[in-house]
Design a protein around this ligand. Sequence first.
Ligand code: ZN
Length: 237
Amino acid sequence: MHWPPDWQRVLVVVAHPDDESFALGALLDRFAEGGAEVHVLCLTRGEASTLGAGSVDLATVRAAELASAGQVLGMASTIAMAHPDGTLANVDPDLLAADVDRSIERTRPDGLLVFDPVAGVTGHPDHAAASVAAMGAAGRADLPVLGWALPQSVADSLNAEYGAAFAGYPPDGLREVTVERRRQRMAIACHASQAVPGSVLWRRLELLGDREYLRTPGAAPSTPTAPAAPTIPGASS
Ligand SMILES: [Zn+2]
């Protein structure tokens, strides 16, 4: 298989507005720059974030931020559903999967891109719930799935420096992709309510440099280093 796969249409399923930029932005840019039609399905509007909580209506603000970031990244569409932020894992999985099913019907993707489901990469249960729903729908539609993941060394550094709960994989469990982050940084700037200077986000980008990493979720060639006691960060990223 050509790497990364030369999908013409990609469906991205994430939990929060900003996940598509903070986490996947460079990869989405790469797909779009390669001519792919990329659609983003975001399952919440991010209203539970403690950042920007002084806003009158954080859900509306963050949904608008998602739309702006999507334009910067050249997305064909962005949709923000209204499932509850912070408790996505408590939502009936069939409801989440039905949303993904509808997006697959609408966008006819060649494949799906999600956060790796193990600890939702960052330790946030919402990320894992979104990915599990997407993987179920992809399975029913017989579509391939790529999971965004971190090398163990990067996860270890972030966990040590920030007391975070990132999951990482040994190098042989990941595929490396060279990326360019200019447009990702512009998309991050669209999320003004969330992009706090000095946050773990920036350190992660620094550690990753011009590389991102993908794996095939569900395949189990290597055991990820999932943190023993995941915490739920105040910010939803
Ligand atoms: Zn998130």
